[in-house]
Ligand binder design. Structure first.
Ligand code: MN
Length: 235
């Protein structure tokens, strides 16, 4: 019998309210794609990260607040949003180790930014001030609806999964990847030139998207395909 792969899901941690939580969409999306969703605790050291990674077959980096400028090795800019350094440290440690061990990774929204930073790339702290020619990437429609198109790079893993060169995606971000890490390709862009997806071609499955497919499961077929592809790669 083929066992279901266990997918570690990173979460927001709020010690004041004693809560650790990812949005339920992520948990349901992994379950529906055939994986066992496992919500991960925050880790503080590489040793802890390594122990946690031994429990899972794939790592899902979820959406959330901004990455602290401290972890970008930059001064804070005007427009930076709420930061939770405990979560930043945890996700960066997990991602760096997962990259080293070629554990499948899917990064969503904040997750693509975590993936980029962990692998040595750079991000915009705030799109409106740092990329003024960008479109409005913070949608005013509910999150399950598409907001702008992205062009998908032919031949990329993303393209092979979607089997489409252009899809409509939602957009709920004011940060984005500005410089993709070495060894990665940009697999999706919006018409304003914004990087909306990256992947590492020599990895088993290492993909980040700037949109939220987990919130579009009911409305867009391409969201299901992405999650299924990820969970399959974790077997
Ligand atoms: Mn966008």
């Amino acid at each position: 019998m083929l066992l279901k792969p266990v997918i570690g899901i990173t979460a927001a941690h709020c010690s004041e309210e004693l809560k650790t939580f990812p949005r339920h969409y992520y948990v349901e999306s992994i379950r529906n794609a055939g994986g066992i969703p496992l919500i991960l605790p925050p880790v503080r050291t590489s040793e802890e990260a390594s122990e946690v990674l031994h429990l899972i077959h794939g790592l899902l980096l979820t959406g959330g607040g901004d990455i602290s400028p401290v972890y970008l090795r930059e001064d804070p800019r005007h427009g930076i949003g709420q930061c939770f350094p405990e979560r930043d440290l945890s996700e960066l440690l997990l991602t760096q180790l997962a990259l080293q061990h070629d554990l499948p990774i899917l990064g969503i929204c904040r997750g693509i930014q975590v993936l980029a930073v962990a692998a040595g790339g750079e991000i915009y702290q705030d799109i409106p001030s740092q990329y003024p020619r960008g479109m409005q990437h913070r949608q005013t429609a509910p999150r399950q609806y598409a907001w702008h198109d992205v062009d998908v790079l032919e031949g990329s893993l993303l393209y092979r999964l979607l089997a489409e060169g252009k899809i409509g995606v939602n957009s709920l971000h004011h940060q984005a990847v500005s410089v993709s890490p070495q060894g990665f390709i940009q697999n999706a862009r919006s018409s304003d030139g914004m990087i909306e997806g990256i992947e590492k071609p020599d990895a088993k499955f290492c993909l980040g998207v700037q949109w939220h497919p987990e919130s579009m499961m009911e409305t867009e077929v391409h969201s299901k395909v992405l999650f299924r592809g990820f969970v399959e790669a974790c077997r």
